[in-house]
Design a binder for this molecule. Sequence first.
Ligand code: FAD
Length: 395
Amino acid sequence: MAPHERARPLAPGSPYPARDLCSQCGLCDSRWIAYVRRACAFLEQRFEAMEEHAHGRSRDLDNEDELYFGVHQRMLTARLRQPIEGAQWTGIVSRLGVRALETGLVDAVLCVTQSADDRFTPVPILARTPEEVLSARVNKPTLSPNLKVLEQLPGSGIRRLLAIGVGCQIQALRAVQDSLPLEQLYVLGLPCVDNVSREGLQTFLESTVSSPETVVHYEFMQDFRIHFRHSDGREETVPFFGLDTPKLKDVFAPSCLSCFDYTNAGADLVVGYMGATFGRQWLTVRNDRGAELLALVEDELDTAPVTSRGDRRAAVQQGIEAYDKALKLPRWLAELFGLVIGRIGPQGLEYGRFSIDSHFTRNALWVRRNHPAMADRHIPAFARRIISRYRLPSL
Ligand SMILES: Cc1cc2nc3c(=O)[nH]c(=O)nc-3n(C[C@H](O)[C@H](O)[C@H](O)COP(=O)(O)OP(=O)(O)OC[C@H]3O[C@@H](n4cnc5c(N)ncnc54)[C@H](O)[C@@H]3O)c2cc1C
């Protein structure tokens, strides 16, 4: 008998194995908790083994693009020519899920809908119809127990699965992949950073936006502003540099403050935005399965090559110090700073590197201060190389 055939999901109310670092990925809410010691991204990071298993090789640390964005065959930017109403960006992810079902590539799509009474409370499902995939469009910007639905696989008749998820979910999924009752698994990843619990989201919205109760969508965008959409269609934007850092420093989940898998290293195909110019999505094809996924929608996309402009390094260094001192700029200065950096600051892949550098340095400092005993083994080699390019404040 395999370990998961003997195991039971964690009983409600029991502490999760990763304790305060748990990202609620859902693995422990399934019988695949049996493998949590080697599967949990916060108990043991295994980037090289995961990349080799998923892509046939680990990233080349001497190749600057792979150092930052992981193993890949191809990167491009794109928009769906007919955007999906209500999607996070143009809806490439949802369209891929729909096509994967329609073409018979898979029997089901693991995705996240929302609870009936709260738009921001995630409800993971195994979608069997295009309508169910579409009902999962748009981000639920909170920790989501996606892997909980693995529990529904045995006896479901699902043999081929497309799983959509963020890095911590995908790291755990890859670690248990060979024990799942599947013939084929495709993985469509989202880049992810700074996620929050549902309560944390409330604090963030209340300190940042004019009417938190009407927000239906938000995104940190490449113009260095957060764009909020309200239920009446109104759009409100706030400059990153105007955030209430003293209040928000503790709002992000500890799992996200100790994560170095921003670009979702284990996915076959990753669809985000931060390596693209404003308004476009950014796609990273990591392996042949990722190319197969992209081929499902490529003729519906307006595509363009990735570009890169500017130099992020001075802005990252200044940001490290400002964040550490928890400085809050007056609104007029934040607006001015945002305007200038939006015009002359990093764009395209350089914006992606700006965001990765800023988050890796912040997270390395957080791990070294809060979990010093695990810092050396937890921070992966690629992140250590990136962090070493900056001066960090003392511990
Ligand atoms: C919490 C979070 C943080 C992100 N941060 C970044 C970032 O910093 N940089 C960047 O480039 N991209 C980031 N992304 C990805 C980006 O915001 C878009 O989701 C992506 O570009 C796809 O857009 P779309 O219009 O094609 O998606 P849609 O077609 O709207 O589909 C969205 C998909 O997201 C899935 N989903 C929703 N909420 C969650 C969740 N909590 N956990 C797992 N899956 C979920 C749904 O299942 C759905 O299939 C983030 C996504 C999430 C969920």
